[in-house]
Design a protein around this ligand. Structure first.
Ligand SMILES: Cc1cc2nc3c(=O)[nH]c(=O)nc-3n(C[C@H](O)[C@H](O)[C@H](O)COP(=O)(O)OP(=O)(O)OC[C@H]3O[C@@H](n4cnc5c(N)ncnc54)[C@H](O)[C@@H]3O)c2cc1C
Length: 336
């Protein structure tokens, strides 16, 4: 079989807690652009139990065809069962490109699927495109500690696979008038593959807080305010404005915030409406996680700090000076 027999851009739609993870829709939007360049179609795959109801959302967000693998055996995610179902669908329908969200589940699944298919997989991409001449997928991602961007392609072999973190690609505008095909694929679960049994889910200790990738306002602290007094002020600002706390890597290293609140290359990518960067220098590894925020308000004592290059509002000064004034002003204007 030649490479030209592989067609379409397939997106994995992750469902957890009976909800579609938004990264799936973000990738459908990106898949649409790639498929248009290739003159191909967009397809989606959903694996789970009672998941057919999500097919119409996939179609309105850009899928032409949705493959459904629905069985009680897929109620809980297991690498072995999900990867088997995924591989079977790929081998049958032969997509040219496979895109998967770089969530914890997506990272696990993509590696397992690529290994079985002997496919090239580029992880944590920040940009996807099609080479005009070869029509191959070009996957761009930071490398060498985030100091350079590398564009990677698979010389041979199909499918070409990439993972992309949540919030890196833009959410498409859903078109409720779109129509598409829904294809149910039966892949039975082999009891021998159920080597792990999920006894109970215990939610993490952040359940009562909004996860930072969903927050509209983020107050991010860096080494410049990595002290108990600094944390207190960040929390006071967060409470006054209704934001969530996050930070740069030194804040995690100093035990001031948990690792799931780190922003950047080895942390999370966020696109809030407002991002306060307090005492953060703006290293590239931090910028890649927050530079697409709508409004960036940077507070730093160093007027040459790189963070000011991406800031919408630049405050040259110490947080000790600036934050109390911001809090006072917000209270005055909102009457809180
Ligand atoms: C492979 C790799 C992956 C990495 N991944 C990440 C990542 O995911 N996220 C991340 O954040 N980093 C990451 N890093 C680390 C990154 O390179 C930087 O070291 C880090 O982002 C610096 O954090 P910072 O800006 O808080 O600290 P610094 O660079 O030390 O900056 C502190 C800033 O605070 C300012 N300041 C000092 N006092 C005050 C004050 N009183 N008021 C206001 N401003 C003040 C200073 O002028 C300075 O600009 C990674 C590094 C590597 C090599």
């Amino acid at each position: 079989m030649s490479d030209s027999d592989w067609k379409d851009v397939l997106v994995f739609i992750e469902v957890s807690d009976d909800k579609v993870q938004e990264v799936g829709f973000e990738l459908l939007g990106e898949a649409r652009k790639l498929a248009t360049k290739l003159g191909q179609n967009v397809s989606a795959i959903i694996i789970g139990y009672d998941v057919e109801k999500f097919a119409k959302d996939c179609i309105s967000n850009g899928a032409d065809t949705v493959y459904i693998v629905d069985d009680p055996g897929y109620k809980d995610y297991l690498t072995k069962t999900y990867s088997k179902a995924f591989v079977q669908v790929v081998e049958k329908f032969k997509p040219d490109i496979v895109l998967i969200g770089a969530t914890p589940l997506g990272r696990d699944l993509s590696g397992a699927v690529a290994t079985v298919l002997k496919a090239g997989l580029t992880a944590d991409c920040t940009g996807l495109d099609i080479d005009d001449k070869t029509l191959k997928l070009l996957s761009t991602r930071p490398t060498f500690g985030g100091n350079i961007m590398a564009t990677i392609y698979c010389q041979k072999g199909k499918p070409q696979m990439s993972t992309v973190r949540p919030k890196v690609m833009k959410m498409p505008d859903p078109d409720l008038s779109r129509s598409g095909k829904v294809i149910k694929e039966h892949v039975s679960v082999d009891p021998k593959d159920l080597t792990v049994k999920i006894l109970q889910f215990i939610s993490d200790d952040c359940r009562d807080q909004i996860e930072i990738e969903h927050a509209k306002v983020l107050i991010a602290g860096g080494r410049g305010c990595a002290s108990p007094a600094g944390m207190e002020k960040l929390k006071e600002l967060a409470k006054t404005i209704g934001g969530e706390i996050c930070g740069s890597r030194p804040m995690v290293e100093n035990g001031l915030i948990p690792s799931n609140r780190q922003v950047g290359q080895t942390g999370k990518t966020v696109v809030p409406r407002v991002y306060f960067a307090v005492g953060i220098s703006g290293a590239i590894q931090h910028l890649v996680g927050m530079q697409n925020s709508n409004v960036i308000i940077a507070i730093n004592t160093d007027p040459n700090a790189p963070i000011f290059k991406v800031a919408t509002v630049s405050i040259v000064g110490s947080w000790q000076n600036a934050i109390p004034k911001i809090i006072e002003e917000i209270k005055k204007r909102t009457g809180r």
